[in-house]
Ligand binder design. Sequence first.
Ligand SMILES: *[C@@H]1O[C@H](CO)[C@@H](O)[C@H](O)[C@H]1NC(C)=O
Ligand SMILES: *[C@@H]1O[C@H](CO)[C@@H](O)[C@H](O)[C@H]1NC(C)=O
Ligand SMILES: *[C@@H]1O[C@H](CO)[C@@H](O)[C@H](O)[C@H]1NC(C)=O
Ligand SMILES: *[C@@H]1O[C@H](CO)[C@@H](O)[C@H](O)[C@H]1NC(C)=O
Ligand SMILES: *[C@@H]1O[C@H](CO)[C@@H](O)[C@H](O)[C@H]1NC(C)=O
Length: 293
Amino acid sequence: MCGLQSFPPCTGALPYLLNGFLLLLLQKEVLGCPAVCQLCTGRQVTCRNLGLSSIPRNFPKTAILVYLSGNNISHVIPNELTGLQKLSALYMDNSSISYVHPKAFVELPNLCYLHLDNNSIKHLDPGIFEGLSNLHYLYLQNNQIAFISRGLFSDLLSVRYLTLQRNRLSVLGSGTFMGMISLQTLNLANNKISRISDSAFYHLENLVYLFLEGNNLTLVPSNAIGRLKNLERLSLSHNPIRSIHRFAFKGLNKLRYLSLKSIKLKEISVNVFFGLNNLSHDFFVCICIILWL
Ligand SMILES: *[C@@H]1O[C@H](CO)[C@@H](O)[C@H](O)[C@H]1NC(C)=O
Ligand SMILES: *[C@@H]1O[C@H](CO)[C@@H](O)[C@H](O)[C@H]1NC(C)=O
Ligand SMILES: *[C@@H]1O[C@H](CO)[C@@H](O)[C@H](O)[C@H]1NC(C)=O
Ligand SMILES: *[C@@H]1O[C@H](CO)[C@@H](O)[C@H](O)[C@H]1NC(C)=O
Ligand SMILES: *[C@@H]1O[C@H](CO)[C@@H](O)[C@H](O)[C@H]1NC(C)=O
């Protein structure tokens, strides 16, 4: 388990970190630490902004936190990160990664946080997340991902938080998030999404927050979102939505916040907000402004 709200995370990392400096002095040689890195305590390894072109070898087997942000790693290949049974958080953001091979993270059974944001990843191949059954947080924003194949995330049964904003997605096909039964927050803002399959959100019964602002939707994707029985917050702002049809939000019985700013509304049917009994007052203010414009 890695149920944690505060960071650093999973399974008691904090006491180990407090011992870090002692361990650094005593164990740097014994543990075998990558010589290029700034810090290596046995529990935490920091190799940040070094322009490294590959992942260093010989991390201590006890490592819980590994920072590799700000390097120049281009390809993440399998077996570079093997044997780190305790690794809980891996930072590989801002590292010019363009491709991650399938099975790259297969031997990291306790990984809870994976940061791959702010790279140049163009596509994600099937099998890429294999073995990450304990992952809770996956960060993929600020990449160039144009398509997600059906079942890509199906190994990620524990992920609660997935960020995909600022990529190049245009279509969400059937079963895009298949298997993600724990997902609570999904951020898809600022892509180019113009079509969402009716079954794109299949398995997301536990989703609470869905961000779709800044896309290219011309309609409310009612059939797709209608199955999100636990959704509390939905943003569709900054989409070219011209009309909202009757019962557009049907089934969203728990919705509390609906954001529809800067949509290009030309017409609105009666009964659009049928069933939305629990929205906050802010919402109604927002809708009035749109209708009077
Ligand atoms: C990103 O990485 C570069 C080095 O590759 C570094 O100079 C820059 O400060 C990093 N950006 C952030 C926000 O950490
Ligand atoms: C990053 O690596 C590429 C080769 O993969 C090289 O052409 C480029 O100069 C490197 N950039 C930096 C900032 O080291
Ligand atoms: C993202 O990466 C670019 C290029 O490496 C860097 O200049 C920028 O500061 C990074 N931004 C963040 C938020 O890490
Ligand atoms: C938005 O979607 C329409 C089709 O619905 C397409 O013709 C247009 O190129 C898209 N615009 C962007 C910026 O992707
Ligand atoms: C409305 O929200 C409250 C919490 O603010 C909740 O207790 C109640 O069950 C909700 N009603 C419906 C119909 O979902």
